[in-house]
Each structure stands twice: as C-alpha cells, then as structure tokens.
Write a protein that binds this ligand. Structure first.
Ligand SMILES: NC(=O)CCC(=O)C(=O)O
Length: 265
C-alpha cells in the first residue's frame, strides 16, 4: 500500500486556503505518485488558532467532510484526513476523518486526550467515543491524534482489535521532538504493527513544530523520515505481510498474561 504523507505547513486560521492547498497537493500526488492512500496532519484546516475556533471551526463536520469525500471519490484514493476543529452540540472537538477511495466516510474519531501544554482543554471537548479499528483494502487500521500517542493503552487496544497499521496525525512541538520519535518506535515495537505519522511543520504563536513524520515498520525500524525544517511529502509503501511475520518471530501477543495486568484487560 503506497502512502503519500503530507508534512504540511498550515496557514493559521484560514480553512479555505488550507483546503485549497490540500486539494492542489493531492492532485499533484495522484498525478505523479499514484498513491493508494494519503495522510494529512492534525488540525490542518486552522492550526492551533484556538481562540478563533468558535468562528472558524467546521459545523458537524462540514465543509471538510464533503471536501474530503469529493476529493477521494474524484481521485479514487483513500484519505486519512488528519483532524480538524469541529463544532458539534455544545463543544468543539478535534475530529479525525477517514474516507475510502469511493468517497465513503468509514471512520471518525474525536481526540480523547486533550493536551494541556497547548491549552486544548480550555477550548476543546475531549472525545467520548472509543477508538476503533477500520479497514481499507482488507488491512486493519487504527488512528490516534498527537497527544494520544503518550497513552499506550489506546494503541494496545487497537492492536488487540487487530490493527496492523496505526496512523498518528499530529502537531507535535519541536521542544519534545525526542519524545515524538521514541514513542512512535515504542508503539510500533510493543504492538508489532506499522506506525505511520503526519506531523505539521512550521510555527504558530511562538511554538515550532518538528515535522519528522515517520513510517516505522513492525520491527521498530524507521523506513521513512521527514525533515525537521521544511514542508515535504513522504512517499512510502508498506508491506503488511511483515506484521504477521514479526508477530510469529517474537510472539508477544501469545505470551501476554492479561489476568496479571491489574486494571487492564
Ligand atoms: N497536538 C498535540 O497533541 C501535541 C502533543 C504534545 O505536545 C506532547 O504530547 O508533548
């Protein structure tokens, strides 16, 4: 499965122009690289313009949902649609969306863990629905949003439900760059699955973001890594048969003793 990962520099507070940029980027990738699946970062319509979100967030997923569905259908490409600020009911959520290459919405997820270091809890509401596994081309997949990466329980739950690839969509600051890489390697090694991430690049409000989007294989080897300085596209194919091979070689899932993990299934 060939991936095109957009390590995007997001225009703050300008959803229309960010959608325009994503459309142009995707059209270029489809023409030049013919990816099966494209991956966008966290909050790519607005960046962390939290005090403006009341005015510029989507309303019940629109217009970003229709935009991604139309793009996916027109270009017959699966889209891991990153996440975007989304007003629903009384709250604003950090909502991720996955659309298949027929333009059908197959998964949506609201970020569960809100990040205090970026002031998210003041402006956003945490997701109340569990993360689930979804399927594209017969491959089982999960998705986490940025700070979620620090909570191994969530990735484990996805792996136990069969995830072979876990996507991380992010706006991870350079100040904690070492954590960004180490945590992805850990999630890949402990769950013996691919970890594929898209992290934004650039700065907003004095915070610099570290890029370094990654593709990590189920052994924990980095097979693709983005720059820490500039916007770019990562192209990488993943071979899902490696998941089964490595799970046989080091049979972690068979060796688990769940009844010995207090408070954990
Ligand atoms: N956007 C985020 O969730 C950032 C997470 C972060 O800064 C961290 O975990 O450190």
């Amino acid at each position: 499965m060939k991936h095109a990962i957009y390590q995007m520099d997001i225009i703050p507070g300008d959803p229309e122009n960010n959608r325009k940029r994503v459309k142009e980027w995707l059209e270029k990738q489809v023409k030049e690289e013919k990816p099966d699946i494209v991956v966008l970062p966290e909050m790519w319509t607005t960046a962390y313009t939290l005090d403006q979100l009341d005015h510029i967030a989507d309303l019940d997923g629109e217009p970003t949902r229709s935009f991604l569905k139309e793009l996916a259908k027109t270009h017959q490409v699966h889209i891991i649609g990153g996440s975007f600020a989304n007003k629903a009911g009384d709250g604003i959520y950090n909502t991720a969306l996955v659309v298949n290459n027929k333009g059908e919405e197959i998964y949506t997820y609201d970020k569960i863990h809100l990040v205090p270091m970026l002031n998210e809890p003041k402006y956003l509401t945490g997701g109340e629905k569990h993360a689930h596994v979804f399927e594209l081309d017969g491959i089982k997949m999960g998705l986490l949003i940025c700070y979620d990466l620090r909570f191994p329980e969530l990735a484990r739950e996805l792996a136990l439900a069969g995830a072979e690839v876990i996507y991380i969509v992010a706006e991870w600051p350079s100040a904690r760059k070492d954590h960004w890489k180490a945590l992805q390697l850990a999630r890949a090694i402990e769950n013996q699955c691919y970890v594929v991430s898209s992290n934004r690049i650039g700065s907003y409000d004095g915070v610099k973001f570290c890029g370094a989007s990654l593709v990590v294989d189920p052994w924990g080897t980095i097979i693709k890594e983005g720059s820490e300085e500039q916007e770019e596209t990562l192209i990488e194919a993943v071979d899902i048969s490696n998941v089964e091979r490595i799970r046989k070689e080091v049979p972690v899932f068979k060796s688990r003793v769940p009844e010995m993990y207090q408070g954990w299934k």
